[in-house]
Design a protein around this ligand. Sequence first.
Ligand SMILES: Cc1ncc(COP(=O)(O)O)c(C=O)c1O
Length: 287
Amino acid sequence: MLPVNGSREALFAFAQTVIDPTHPARVVCPNPFYQIYEGAALLAGATPVYGKPDDWSGVQLVYACSPSNPSGNVMSLEEWRSLFELSERHGFVIASDECYSEIYFGEPPLGALEAAFKLNRRNHERLVVFSSLSKRSNAPGMRSGFVAGDAALLKNFLLYRTYHGSAMSLAVQQASVAAWSDEAHVRENRRLYAEKFKAVLPLVRHPLQAQMPQGGFYLWLRTPIDECDFARRLHAEYNVLVLPGSYLAREAGGINPGRHRVRIALVAPQAECVEAMGRMMQFARDL
Ligand SMILES: Cc1ncc(COP(=O)(O)O)c(C=O)c1O
């Protein structure tokens, strides 16, 4: 287990220590996905693959994200079992991004190490998880997270980190200990997100569509027009900022799963989120 300066730099740096670019290397990302996976793959000399491939040859690393950014979907034990079996068969490493693991609305999501344990895979071979204080403690500026898993992979990762010098400062370590040691603020944070979804989701009506996510703090909203036009006009005419879904996805098999979608982060206070959704509905009705 190693402290890292937030999970983003770790997700990126980890790929640089896992990928062997002397062989044709491919990195599988979910689709839609958090952009860092793609950049990490490209800068490590690998080719990104968007979504589950039919052919696993050359795959050296798979990023998983549960709960997912942007959809909020959570991976089941069966999905983990199938991914672990594929990793065994093809030898790839799994990087499990779990930074939304403590923002959930039903049962706590299953983490990859927990899934491995339940499936009697006790040595965490080829598996590393990434976690963060950013979402759990609402502290993205603090830059504090950790990675845990396969000891051999983390040994290489630690060596790499001694060269690019990303040790965590003592002050941040102390603040992190305090944040990881307290669950009350995390429960309160979850409660506030649940309340925001409860207030905002019923306001979403035709022609927009959205579902309650299993985890995370995003609405992955369907738009009746092109998502970039939607985001641009909503900003220009109603001063509300959303992210076009296609910025978080790539076309694969002729389909871009971010088309006609926008991602809305419910991080602002509840009244602001409600006001923004009201403006969005007004805009959508006038389309
Ligand atoms: C899926 C996902 N992973 C990782 C991160 C990085 O978070 P941090 O570097 O603050 O830990 C984010 C931030 O938005 C994210 O959405």
